[in-house]
Design a protein around this ligand. Sequence first.
Ligand code: FBP
Length: 538
Amino acid sequence: MSCLREERNRYQPRIPKKLEEITSLRVEVEEAPILTKHPRELEEIFPKTFHQPLLKFSKAEEKSARPLKVGVVLSGGQAPGGHNVIAGLFDSLKKIDSRSTLYGFLGGSSGIVEDRLVELTEEKIRPYRNTGGFDLLGSGRTKIETPEQLESALQNVKAHALDGLVIIGGDDSNTNAALLAEYFLTHNCETKVIGVPKTIDGDLKNAFVEIPFGFDTACKTYSALIGNIARDALSAKKYYHFIKIMGRSASHIALECALQTHPNYTLIGEEVASTKGSLEEIVQSLTDLIVERAERGKNYGVVLIPEGLIEFIPEMRTLIQELNLLMSVKGEELLKRLSEEARKTFLMLPEIFQEQLTLDRDPHGNIQVSHIATEQLLLHLVKRFLKNRADYKGKFQPVSHFFGYEGRSCFPSNFDSNYGYGLGFVASSLIFQGYTGYMGVLQNLASSPEEWEPAGIPITMLMHLEERKGRQKPVIEKTLVDLKGKPFTTFSSLRGEWALEDEYHYPGPVQFYGPPSLCNEKTFTLALEQETKVGIHG
Ligand code: FBP
């Protein structure tokens, strides 16, 4: 084990005061608002779980406990903090009753369907405490939807007599949790299903879920790297760095990293969609900046590109939607079946990019944007545009980067260590109290962990209908960057200065030990959204 890993294994996460005495909590119910645009359809799909209330916790008398048997699964893309959810679950279940048992399903949701599981003991969990990655159990993106899959899952949880099943995942994985909860209830199965909000992308959030775990660490990790690159650019003064960063749909990561590092140019997918910016316009404005900086003798810079950008560009979106329906069609036949507009866009793209757009979708029907080199496409087109600019006297030497996987399995920040661990406690409290179909959350996250507020949110409340593989399916609605929200308006008021002046910030690596100002810093997104005062220049 590395020294840091040993040291981190010893870190004791801080938990909310309310969860300290886990068997003496009272649940207060509150009517849940109807947020969805599709209440009628969802009520039909989820007759048992659609109208469940919101749950809040308060202290009460000690409740008698019995040992619980719970299964847990890590699902979807890795996010720092996942192992701590498991550690939190394990510790809280043992607090409820030391005879409780925790099982881990292997390889994501398919482990539930195929009954692949291991018992998780303290010995197994200890080396994973406060570490990143999902390697304790592995992960996967299986969508649970066929009657056979649902039935196998039911038979497996019954065979193990599980009191609870905890699914740690993003929007698609929590959709699995909602489907299983409904199915289990319909078949009089006692197993309670609880979801835990995870994703580095930061888009599983709303008025009730402040932020998923993983976002904090991933953004800090990418920002450290972007800061290093910015300083290198400023030192050598010869390269333009085009950096694509993860965020399959929403641009929350790009926005947060921009606030942390002040690059010269940051694309925000949601803004492109709202201004209906075409690919040509994007490249034009990027080219204008490069020309203007060259006039000032600056032939270097840093450009941030969210990986989900591609789907926000109107003509690309149309093309992707059409390609989604024509996945098995290739070559000439594909060209024939595309609409005229989509065909024109397709043919304008370099061949390698055409290939990337036709790669297989994930099991949930999502295009795999991490495999699409948008940074290289932009760089290629900027080169082409610069050739036609008589007023450009600079030298354009671009370097492309993709920061994605390196931010998903790193040691979780103190925030994500505490947050993941606390979420494990919330999940076992909900099972202990007998609730199903809920997402366990912690609120008031801008305060110290002791003040975080546990709550239960009916998962179906967060759902809507979305077209997947050509059919309307119930899924959790992703929250995109709010162009009127404080994180974006703060960024937009400062980006003009960052474009021409080099006001790069160098956040440096994530800190675990030292003064709280260093190791407990919140992301700008969370702090600004909660109206906490933070100094962008500070
Ligand atoms: P989740 O939504 O499952 O958390 O995954 C997010 C993500 O990290 C995206 O940022 C990225 O596009 C995608 O996963 C990559 O998926 P994969 O690991 O399957 O390549």
